[in-house]
Design a protein around this ligand. Structure first.
Ligand code: CA
Length: 229
């Protein structure tokens, strides 16, 4: 199991993160203060990634980061910062964090960052081997080019598969219809942008809980679409 330390003192945010990490195949190890985080790391030396909240009741997240880095260069560290702590991003990266996620964040965004960190550290052999992208209830198998939702196969055309792959590679990011067209159909394709909309409509029928109220593929008015949760 891929262990991830979750240091967050706010219980509701922590459980939100924990639930979503479990869904994505990680084993979360929880801590509600800095001292406990350091203790958990001693207890679980196989933790590969740590999520550190900045504002904590005892020592702040940057100090925790500094102390972890003092003895462990290999672990991946992602700081959880509030929007108002814009400067903290810089401080966090200076103290040895690898990445930061701004609150409020979507589960898809967070797991994508953790996945990316795992890959960058070369530690994610399991994921590379199986060729899988897991986000929320979805599991995309990039080897067989198949999609599952809650363990059930969703039958996709090759184009629909390519759109899903593009979305899942870019969670939480607004993608223009032109971007999607270029990525999926290729730059020399001479079709209309409408083809993107048509395929998205069909994809929604297949993957959304309620296609009339899409929650996974949302419309960014006058621009394109966004994948998220
Ligand atoms: Ca906090």
């Amino acid at each position: 199991m891929k262990k991830v330390l979750v240091l967050e003192d706010e219980a509701n945010i922590r459980s939100f993160v924990v639930i979503n990490l479990r869904r994505s195949g990680y084993e979360p190890i929880e801590a509600d203060c800095g001292e406990m985080a350091l203790e958990q790391l001693r207890r679980h030396p196989d933790i590969r990634v740590a999520l550190l909240d900045v504002m904590l009741p005892d020592i702040d997240g940057f100090e925790v980061c500094r102390r972890i880095r003092a003895s462990n260069a290999k672990i991946g560290i992602i700081m959880l910062t509030a929007k108002s702590q814009e400067m903290d991003k810089v401080t966090g990266l200076m103290t040895g964090a690898d990445d930061y996620v701004t609150k409020p964040f979507s589960p898809a965004e967070l797991t994508a960052r953790i996945d990316a960190l795992y890959r960058r550290m070369g530690g994610d052999v399991e994921m590379e081997d199986t060729g899988e992208i897991r986000q929320g209830p979805f599991r995309l198998n990039t080897r067989n080019r198949t999609l599952e939702k809650n363990g059930e196969r969703v039958r996709l055309t090759q184009i629909e598969y390519s759109i899903m792959k593009y979305f899942m590679d870019n969670p939480g990011k607004a993608l223009s219809r032109e971007d999607i067209l270029n990525e999926v159909w290729g730059r020399d394709y001479f079709g209309e942008l409408k083809i993107v909309d048509v395929n998205i409509r069909r994809l929604r029928i297949k993957i959304e809980d309620d296609p009339t109220m899409p929650t996974y593929i949302t419309t960014v008015w006058g621009f394109g679409y966004k994948w998220g949760f």
